[in-house]
Design a binder for this molecule. Structure first.
Ligand SMILES: Cc1ncc(COP(=O)(O)O)c(C=O)c1O
Length: 376
């Protein structure tokens, strides 16, 4: 066994429970903006395709249907500036979280190997490294990796737009990592699940660059993997509809292992995902909804004196106080208004002065949260 279960972090959400209880005592009730779970209905186009494919007596293919693989390639051509992706480089995953947690193991990493992830990050990058018995190392640029560890790096995680801080990596940032990783024989995996949700320029007009952009990898997919998910852009977190795409040799190896493991996306979900990818109208409509909620919350948070950082894209506002008080104090202040947010410390020590507020409240909750902040 490559890992020690005791070395995994304690599931931190339990630490929020006292603040949830406190927020719930607010006279008009709790507004939970601590998690990014979509609250709007799953669009009909996905639901109808799911239902139409519900006669699914046989086993689905781990690699997905040809139609699904092509739909993913078409999505990158239409929306991510990545033409001509080979469909054999596409692999459906059961949501992206399981793949984030398993990728170091699927790449055969173990003791003595290093997995790099952003300094303020979604915690599953760290967990996945530990599950493989590898060492997680936070770094936002190659120079931040301790010199003695550089030759041990086998996987670099990028996350753009970032959770929790909403930062976007430009093409030159991505290229810096790709060139460094190729020199060191490391794979680069970019988790891009918030790419449809850009709020600030240049990303609104130009789009959020993908790691697979031909300008980033010098026209080659060697050692590069992109992850994406319909959880957010299609209100389909309950479907577990996501994928991995990139270097066809790496993807074939991973697919081979996942066949042994039985990691197959259910056939009706494959159909729903292909249908969701073929329809962009619902994605644009949902983006409008989040844009509206973001304007309301952003105005209220600033008006209340908080200081925003990053947050150029994605589903969250990432903010601190002018004196950068500890995140738990800010969590407590907001819980006093009946608003629950996530403490930045959940995402690494560097997030200690910040909190993360999700844009995934209903219109009613978002308006009420803004009203409470204004009245504070
Ligand atoms: C950065 C990042 N990656 C992956 C995921 C997992 O998404 P899912 O498993 O729903 O595809 C999330 C969910 O919030 C996320 O924020």
């Amino acid at each position: 066994m490559g890992f020690d279960a005791a070395a995994l972090p304690v599931f931190p959400w339990d630490l929020l429970e006292p603040y949830r209880r406190r927020a719930a005592q607010y006279p008009d009730g709790l507004i939970d903006l601590s998690v990014g779970t979509p609250v709007d209905p799953t669009p009909e186009v996905l639901r109808e395709a799911l239902s139409a494919a519900s006669d699914a007596a046989g086993y689905p293919a781990t690699i997905g249907t040809a139609g699904l693989r092509q739909a993913v390639a078409d999505h990158y051509a239409a929306w991510r500036g990545v033409p001509d992706l080979p469909p054999q480089g596409v692999l459906p995953t059961i949501g992206s979280k399981e793949l984030v947690a398993q990728l170091p193991s699927l790449l055969g990493l173990g003791l003595g190997d290093v997995v790099v992830h952003p300094v303020v990050a979604y915690p599953t990058y760290d967990v996945g490294a530990r599950l493989a018995g590898a060492t997680p190392v936070p770094a936002n640029s190659p120079e931040q990796i301790p010199a003695a560890m550089r030759d041990q790096v086998k996987l670099v995680w990028l996350n753009s737009p970032g959770n929790p801080d909403g930062r976007v990596a430009g093409r030159s940032d991505l290229t810096t990592w790709v060139e460094w990783a190729r020199r060191h024989g490391a794979v680069v995996a970019s988790d891009e699940c918030y790419a449809a949700l850009a709020w600030e320029e240049p990303w609104v007009s130009a789009g959020v660059p993908s790691l697979l952009d031909p300008q980033v990898g010098d026209g080659s997919l060697d050692g590069l993997l992109s992850l994406y998910s319909l959880s957010k852009q299609s209100n389909a977190a309950g479907y577990r509809a996501a994928w991995l795409v990139g270097d066809p040799r790496l993807v074939a190896r991973i697919a081979g292992l996942r066949k042994h493991m039985g990691m197959m996306m259910p056939a009706p979900v494959q159909a729903a995902m292909a249908a969701g990818l073929a329809d962009h109208a619902h994605v644009a409509a949902q983006r409008e909804v989040y844009g509206r909620r973001r304007r309301v919350l952003l105005g209220a948070v600033r008006e209340a004196g908080y200081v925003l950082e990053g947050s150029a894209a994605g589903l969250y506002l990432w903010f601190t106080t002018p004196d950068r008080q500890d995140c738990w104090e800010t969590v407590a202040d907001l819980a006093g208004l009946g608003i629950l947010v996530a403490p930045g410390a959940f995402y690494g020590e560097a997030g200690r002065a910040f909190v993360r507020m999700a844009l995934t409240g209903t219109d009613q909750d978002v308006a009420a949260a803004a009203g409470r902040l204004a009245g504070a």
